[in-house]
Design a binder for this molecule. Structure first.
Ligand code: SAM
Length: 206
């Protein structure tokens, strides 16, 4: 899909479906939290959920007292859903409408989370742009948690083709500046009862 059509595609997804109808919906982001908070993340630490959509990860971070969560997504409609759900707590979150492959970070984060976004990046150019944003946004010692479809996961999501990764092939994409410190194999049950196999990897920025 042409990059200029992407915001429209995702806005349409979020505007025509209830949260629980989205195949990637999860009530509680347990694995994401486990990997992000491992071994410990100070609640003062700025955390960025890349392609966070209407995910409830930001709710969970606020519940745990995090004071600087940020959510970035190409879809303004997705972020509006989260803002509505969070009501008055939404003002404690930094909301960023942007394409991650064109985004220039204006500050640094101690943790970067991406569940099911990197795997949409089809070209080497897009993946290099993502890597560049990741490298600029994270100082040494910061954490990146990236979940993608596993090698035996689906080949498409929301009508778009995806690339599937093993922990090793994902680590190779990120390069030597990131050390993998933990891996999880996750079966996600979609709201229609299908099982999607994900891999989640936690990296530390060197
Ligand atoms: C499969 S959904 C996952 C949403 C969320 N991470 C979750 O776990 O619920 C993919 C998300 O990535 C966003 N997205 C897709 N391409 C993007 C891009 N190039 N830049 C930023 N966000 C993007 C979509 O709008 C959507 O919210």
């Amino acid at each position: 899909m042409n990059p200029v059509q992407l915001p429209e595609h995702w806005n349409q997804m979020y505007s025509t479906r209830q949260e629980q109808e989205l195949s990637w919906f999860e009530e509680a982001p347990a694995i994401s939290l486990e990997l992000l908070l491992m071994p410990r993340l100070d609640i003062q630490a700025p955390v960025l959920d890349v392609g966070g959509g209407s995910s409830r990860l930001v709710d969970a971070l606020l519940d745990r007292g995090f004071i600087q969560p940020a959510v970035l997504d190409i879809s303004a409609a997705a972020l509006e859903k989260s803002k509505k759900r969070l009501a008055s707590r939404a003002s404690r979150v930094r909301w960023i409408v942007a394409d991650i492959t064109r985004w220039e970070p204006d500050r640094q984060y101690m943790a970067w989370h991406d569940r099911a976004v990197f795997h949409f990046l089809a070209t080497e150019e897009q993946r290099a742009a993502y890597r560049s944003a990741l490298e600029r946004a994270l100082p040494p010692g910061a954490t990146a948690v990236i979940g993608t479809f596993a090698l035996d996961g689906p080949e498409r999501c929301s009508g778009l083709p995806v690339r599937r990764y093993s922990p090793e092939s994902l680590a190779a994409e990120l390069g030597p500046g990131f050390t993998c410190t933990a891996v999880r194999s996750v079966d996600h049950a979609t709201p229609t009862g299908k099982v999607q196999h994900f891999q989640f990897s936690r990296f530390v920025r060197e």
